[in-house]
Design a protein around this ligand. Structure first.
Ligand code: CEZ
Length: 791
């Protein structure tokens, strides 16, 4: 059984083997931990670049967070071995590494903590992982209880992976006075200039205990002996040997010998994470484990502070629909995931510009003051030419890394596309008047002027036909060889520019810049003509045209025939008329829709296409090569709502969330506590793996799904003069209730079908609202809104 807990604070899973990769994640201002149900963990903290304190057993590559990370026996983990001192029986909680199937098992993926309850052989083990609001370490509570009728003598061994810390220097030992295992290392470097940076790093990994252990082990090899991690030799002895690690791989294991009468329970608390010095660890110990004046409990206070921090990430919608699983996801997990993105910038110091802008589009719904700051930060890094950089630098020591060193041409598009959500939500048009400098010029210009320049840049970087150059990529990062010779163009980007002009034109109109409004709307119209002249392939739109003037994403292609992005965005920019719309939707259904959502392209490429690029080299059905890439799927769904295709849109939206039936959950392999960046696609070619989650919870999908709910499904979108009500419920819903917070007002909206009415009618506190516009809403007030829809 997989279900939400009664208070909706957790999602529960009752087997460690049904969905072995099922997981939850926690983050704070400085770290993130992705915890799977069997006890494996991926954690990292910022200093300011992402770093680890719990490593793999071999040299790990430093890279961005990866989808479909493999787990293996020595994968970093957090486990508790339990040994019966009399019978010698051994098991481990939550499940790894001993892999004895417990009699009862529950994994609770929570919002502000992650828990397990494991019962085996008369012993109950409760494990809880929490975080503090700021510190780079984990707060663990382990409770062990005797559930049987006889007294039990057991040893409890908490195990925390330290792994291969450094090829230059690594060691570890137990410190009596700290009641802590402290492992030390030096972050490897070679250029002397780096010394200045590395000398300040938190290079120690520590495990701090609130109760003194009976014994400990700090040497991975000694601990495992010949038995290996699944049956460590060290557990055969009476007590752990207490050895240290001297340029040997460290581990943090402690032993607690317990004698438990029936019903007895022992609680142990641990802190595991990164620190710089022993003094720091001593201070952590004082703060968290030594009662303050009046007996205050630093550990519990930190947990409570963290819970409050997570609760701040509230959305502006609370929904009650016939679809309870959707309600659970939209009310509890979706805003949380969106908040995670906005607060952490995906744990990078140089987020990709488009990601940064879209993540802050999401923040417009929950922390608009942060979104405002972010838009200003992004614009301050724009060039005077109008060009936006590939990444936004968020720390003085940060530099553009990885994909941000590859020129992509779409970043300007996201400015109006994301900003409009902020404006709709807040009506803060004063932002457009703020003055900001440029990356390459101290000259101050208003936000409006900056965005004009961005639009002009998109108009300048077009070929003689009026199609936008792609260089080494657009939204699709790995589409790197369509235009690297300087000629190839992106069909999608041309449409997206058209859409950006249209949105920007509307914004200009709203703030009285009538000339600009007319100009950008005209550019949008012209762009649509260009799109239809060069990109329509008869039944759908092409993805682009290569350096050698070869259109691709067209019917004569064997692979990569249809791409989702140009289809959806042609609806958004208004290029597709009714006839084209019907045809392209038909093509999408035929070539790209699957039970797990709509695929990004199809059929997936099976071999390198040198005039398209490395996207074609990704495994078929993964990531951008034909997975159900949820970010792209969300664009399409948003477009379907704009095009008033409400049933189709809802159907695809629903497929984005794992479940609700068990079979679907197991196939995805993921709990519905986040939307992953993709589900495996290639449904028609490789059905065996289709639907499988990537488990990567960094994705631009979430703000778009939120926007789909606000603007599309529930139709409660802000505009200059108030809130426009225009719900687009699926036909088989008779009604819903929605709580909507909007500019400080609280609205209880009830949307119901009524027989005998021809068009929607909206009443606010009993009064008819013309055109469904709720104007004059006041901050701090409550409103009852009744929406009658025909049905
Ligand atoms: O990264 C995402 C980007 O963060 O891919 C999206 C893009 O729009 C986002 O901005 C689509 O390409 O370089 C690679 O091949 C990576 O696979 C990235 O494309 C991808 C990763 O999955 C990271 O999330």
């Amino acid at each position: 059984m997989i279900r939400p807990s009664e208070d909706n604070q957790y999602y529960e899973l009752h087997s460690p083997t049904a969905m072995p990769k099922a997981s939850g994640f926690l983050w704070n201002e400085n770290m993130m931990i992705h915890m799977n149900c069997r006890g494996y963990a991926v954690s990292q903290f910022m200093q300011p670049e992402p770093s680890k304190y719990s490593h793999a057993p071999n040299l790990e590559a430093k890279t961005f967070m990866q989808p479909e990370q493999p787990y293996y026996a020595h994968h970093p983990g957090r486990f508790v071995y339990i040994k019966d001192e009399e019978s010698g029986g051994l098991f481990s909680a939550p499940y790894e590494p001993v892999r004895v199937l417990p009699e009862r098992y529950t994994f609770f993926a929570g919002k502000h903590d992650i828990k397990w309850l494991v019962q085996h052989d008369g012993i109950a083990v409760e494990m809880k992982l929490g975080l503090s609001k700021n510190d780079p370490f984990e707060l663990w509570t382990v409770k062990v209880a005797n559930q049987g009728r006889a007294k039990r003598k057991i040893s409890v061994y908490p195990y925390y992976t330290v792994g291969y810390m450094s090829w230059m220097n690594q060691s570890g030992q137990y410190h009596e006075e700290l009641q802590s295992i402290v492992c030390s290392s030096i972050t490897p470097y070679q250029k002397y200039k780096e010394y200045d940076k590395i000398k300040h790093l938190n290079d120690k990994t520590f495990l701090l205990a609130d109760k003194a252990p009976t014994a400990w082990e700090v040497n991975q090899e000694v601990f495992e002996g010949e038995g290996g991690i699944g049956n460590p030799s060290a557990l055969e002895g009476d007590t752990l040997s207490g050895s240290d690690a001297r340029y040997e791989m460290p581990v943090c294991v402690m032993q607690y010998k317990l004698e438990l009468e029936p019903g007895d329970e022992t609680e142990l608390r641990f802190i595991f994470g990164a620190a710089r010095t022993e003094e720091d660890i001593a201070a952590i110990r004082r703060k968290y484990f030594q009662p303050g004046t009046g007996g205050s409990d630093g550990f519990a206070e930190a947990e409570a502070e963290y819970a409050a921090y997570v609760r701040e990430g509230e959305g502006c919608l609370e929904i009650d629909t016939p679809d309870k699983a959707l309600d659970n996801f939209a009310n509890h997990w979706l805003p949380r995931q969106m908040y995670y993105h906005g607060r952490t910038n995906r744990l990078t110091t140089d987020p990709q510009t488009r990601n940064y802008l879209q993540d802050n589009m999401g923040m417009s719904y929950m922390a608009p003051e942060l979104a405002r700051e972010a838009f200003l930060t992004a614009l301050s890094q724009q060039n005077a030419s109008g060009a936006m950089p590939d990444g936004i630098i968020l720390h003085k020591d940060a530099e553009l890394k990885y994909i941000n060193q590859v020129p992509h041409t779409d970043h300007c598009v996201w400015l109006p596309v994301c900003l409009v959500t902020y404006l709709d939500e807040t009506d803060d048009y004063s932002l457009l008047e703020e003055k900001v400098a440029f990356a390459d010029s101290p000259e101050l210009a208003t936000v409006s002027r900056h965005i004009d320049l961005a639009m002009e840049w998109l108009l300048k970087t077009r070929d003689e036909r009026g199609l936008n150059y792609i260089e080494q990529g657009d939204w699709c990062d790995p589409m790197n060889m369509v235009g690297y010779k300087g000629k190839g163009v992106s069909g999608w980007l041309t449409m997206a520019s058209g859409y950006a002009f249209r949105v920007w034109g509307d914004i200009c109109q709203n703030c009285g810049r009538m000339e600009e409004a007319a100009l950008y709307r005209q550019r949008a119209e012209e762009t649509n003509e260009i799109v239809n002249r060069y990109l329509w392939d008869g039944n759908w739109y092409a993805r682009g045209i290569t350096d050698d003037n070869v259109p691709f994403g067209i019917s004569s292609d064997k692979e990569g025939k249809v791409f989702i992005n140009p289809q959806g965005w042609s609806l958004m920019c208004g290029a597709a008329d009714e006839q084209k719309k019907a045809k392209l939707m038909q093509a999408v259904t035929e070539h790209l829709e699957s039970p797990y959502g709509v695929e990004k392209l199809g059929p997936p490429y099976t071999a390198m296409r040198e005039d398209v690029g490395r996207v074609t080299q990704k495994h078929p059905g993964t990531a951008e090569n034909g997975a159900v890439y949820n970010h792209a799927a969300a664009f399409y769904i948003y477009a379907l709502y704009l095009a008033d295709e409400k049933d189709h849109a809802f159907d695809l939206l629903r497929r984005m969330i794992p479940g609700p039936d068990q079979e679907d959950l197991e196939r995805r392999g993921q709990l519905p506590v986040f939307i992953p960046n993709y589900y495996r696609g290639a449904y028609r070619q490789i059905p065996r793996t289709a639907g499988r989650s990537s488990h990567l919870f960094n994705t631009g999908t979430v703000p778009w799904v939120y926007r789909i709910l606000v603007d599309g499904l529930f139709g409660l979108k802000g505009e200059r003069n108030g809130l426009r009500v225009a719900p687009r419920l699926p036909s088989d819903w008779s009604g819903v209730s929605v709580k909507r917070s909007f500019r400080g007002a609280e609205l209880n909206v009830s949307i119901k079908r009524y027989k005998g009415i021809a068009a929607q009618e909206v009443y606010v506190d009993g009064e008819l609202a013309e055109d469904g516009l709720l104007a004059h809403l006041e901050t701090g007030k409550h409103y009852e809104v009744l929406v009658k829809i025909p049905g």
